[in-house]
Ligand binder design. Structure first.
Ligand code: FMN
Length: 394
C-alpha cells in the first residue's frame, strides 16, 4: 500500500496530529502504578457481588446498545461518533496486557479516552494474572469495566495463547478474573465465545460468575465459527446463559439494525447487545439508521449518508488524534459502497502514502460531485437522547 519514507517510519503508524484533547497514557496514566499485588483484597460473598454488579450497571444508566471491541477500529473518535448516534456504552479495541505494561509508545498509540467517553470497557488480552493486573491498574481510573478478551479466535491469539485459546484452561481464566476482582476498584467483565456443547458453555459462564465477573458478553459463535457471514450467532445459547446467570449478560452476533436489536433483546432476555462489523459501515445503527442492504418496504430515505459520517468522524479525529492506520481503515469501511461505484477514487486513496485531513475532506467532496452514493434509511423516529454526548462530539 504505502511507500515507506526514507526514515523508515510508516506514516500510517504516526498519530494524525498533536492536539491534546483526549487523555492518553503518555499524559496522565503513566504514573507508576502501586505494586498491585500488595493491595488489600476485596473478598465478598456471591450474593453481595451480584447485588453490586447490578448496582454498578444501573448506576451507569443500564446501557443496552454497545460498540463491541474492535482492534484498530473501536478507538476514541469512532466510539464518540457511535455514542452521538445512540450507542450507550463502548469497548476499546483489545489491548495486549504485556505490551501495555511494558511499552509507553504502545500505550500512547493504542489507548486514549476523554471525559465524555463513558461508560467505557477497556479490554485486555492476557494469560498472566500479574501482568494483566499491572496493565489494568494503569487505566482503571478511566473506565467502568476492565474486560478480559476470552473470545479472539485468530491465529495470532493461538500463537500468543490468549482469547478463545484459553477456553480449555479454565483454571487460568479463573485466576485472571479473581486476581482483577481482588485488586481493582473497577468491576471486571469478560467477553466469551460459546462451546459447541451448551452444557459446557453454561458451566464456563457460571465459573466466570463465581470467580467474580460482574458482566458477561456472549458472542454466540464457537471458536471455529470465524466467518460471521457463514455462521449465524446462536441466540438460543445466549438465552440459556442469561437464564443460568445472575449478573448482567450482553449478546453479540447478528446485530445489523434496530429490528435485530429488538428481536435479540426479546428472544434472549439479555440486558444489552454488542455490534461490531455493521457499525463500521453504519455508526448510526443505534439511532435507527440502516444501510441500503437492510432496507425494507416502507423504510424512508434518511437525512444522513455515509459521507456525512466520514466527515463527522474526521472532525472527531482532528479533536482526538489517533494513528492514521485507524483513520484509513474507517474511511475504507464507511465509504465501501461509494467506492464500489467510483473505484478510481479508492485507488487514489490507496496511492496516498501520507494522508492529510485536507486531502480526505477533498476526496469526500469529489465523491459527492461524482454522484451521490446510497443514503442511509430510517432514523427519523429515533430520539437520540444523549445530548451531552452530541455536544461533545461537535
Ligand atoms: C475489525 C474487527 C476487530 C475486532 N477486534 C476485536 C477485539 O479487539 N476484541 C474482541 O473481543 N473482539 C473483536 N472483534 C470481534 C467483535 O467484537 C465481535 O465479537 C464479532 O465481530 C461479532 O459481532 P458482529 O456480528 O456484530 O460483527 C473484532 C471484530 C472486527 C470486525
Amino acid at each position: 500500500m504505502s511507500t515507506l519514507t526514507n526514515t523508515d517510519i510508516d506514516p500510517d503508524e504516526t498519530i494524525c496530529n498533536n492536539s491534546t484533547n483526549g487523555i492518553t497514557i503518555s499524559d496522565n496514566l503513566d504514573a507508576a502504578a502501586p505494586s498491585p499485588l500488595d493491595m488489600p483484597s476485596r473478598v465478598l460473598d456471591g450474593a453481595t457481588r451480584v447485588e453490586r454488579a447490578w448496582a454498578h450497571w444501573k448506576a451507569l444508566g443500564a446501557p443496552r446498545f454497545m460498540v463491541a471491541p474492535m482492534v484498530d477500529n473501536s478507538e476514541l473518535p469512532f466510539r464518540m461518533l457511535c455514542r452521538k448516534y445512540g450507542a450507550e456504552a463502548a469497548y476499546t479495541p483489545m489491548l495486549h496486557s504485556r505490551i501495555f505494561s511494558e511499552n509507553e509508545k504502545y500505550r500512547s498509540m493504542e489507548f486514549s479516552t476523554c471525559k465524555e467517553d463513558r461508560p467505557l470497557f477497556v479490554q485486555f488480552c492476557a494469560n498472566d494474572p500479574k501482568i494483566l493486573l499491572e496493565a489494568a491498574k494503569r487505566v482503571e481510573a478511566y473506565c467502568d469495566y476492565i474486560d478480559i478478551n476470552l473470545g479472539c479466535p485468530q491465529r495470532i491469539a493461538r500463537r500468543g495463547y490468549y482469547g478463545a485459546f484459553l477456553m480449555e484452561n479454565q483454571p487460568l481464566i479463573k485466576s485472571l478474573v479473581e486476581t482483577l476482582v481482588l485488586n481493582l476498584d473497577v468491576p471486571v467483565s469478560c467477553k466469551i465465545r460459546i462451546f459447541p456443547n451448551l452444557d459446557d458453555t453454561i458451566t464456563y459462564a457460571k465459573m466466570l460468575e463465581e470467580a467474580g465477573c460482574s458482566l458477561l458478553a456472549v458472542h454466540g459463535r464457537t471458536r471455529d465459527q470465524k466467518d460471521s457471514t457463514k455462521f449465524k450467532a446462536d441466540w438460543a445459547a445466549i438465552r440459556a446463559v442469561k437464564q443460568a446467570l445472575r449478573i448482567p449478560v450482553l449478546a453479540n452476533g447478528n446485530i445489523r439494525h434496530m429490528v435485530d436489536v429488538n428481536s435479540c433483546l426479546e428472544e434472549t432476555g439479555v440486558d444489552g447487545v454488542l455490534s461490531a462489523e455493521t457499525l463500521l459501515e453504519n455508526p448510526a445503527l443505534f439511532a435507527g439508521y440502516k444501510t441500503v442492504e437492510w432496507r425494507e418496504e416502507g423504510d424512508e430515505e434518511g437525512d444522513l449518508d455515509q459521507a456525512d459520517l466520514v466527515v463527522e468522524y474526521l472532525k472527531l479525529c482532528e479533536k482526538y488524534p489517533v494513528p492514521w492506520r485507524m483513520i484509513r481503515s474507517h474511511v475504507h469501511k464507511l465509504l465501501g459502497d461509494w467506492f464500489r461505484v467510483h473505484p478510481e477514487v479508492r485507488e487514489e486513496l490507496n496511492k496516498q502514502s501520507i494522508l492529510t485531513f485536507e486531502w480526505l475532506y477533498d476526496m469526500v467532496r469529489r465523491l459527492r460531485e461524482l454522484g451521490k452514493g446510497d443514503p442511509l434509511y430510517g432514523g427519523r423516529n429515533v430520539v437520540v437522547d444523549r445530548i451531552a454526548v452530541n455536544a461533545a462530539a461537535g
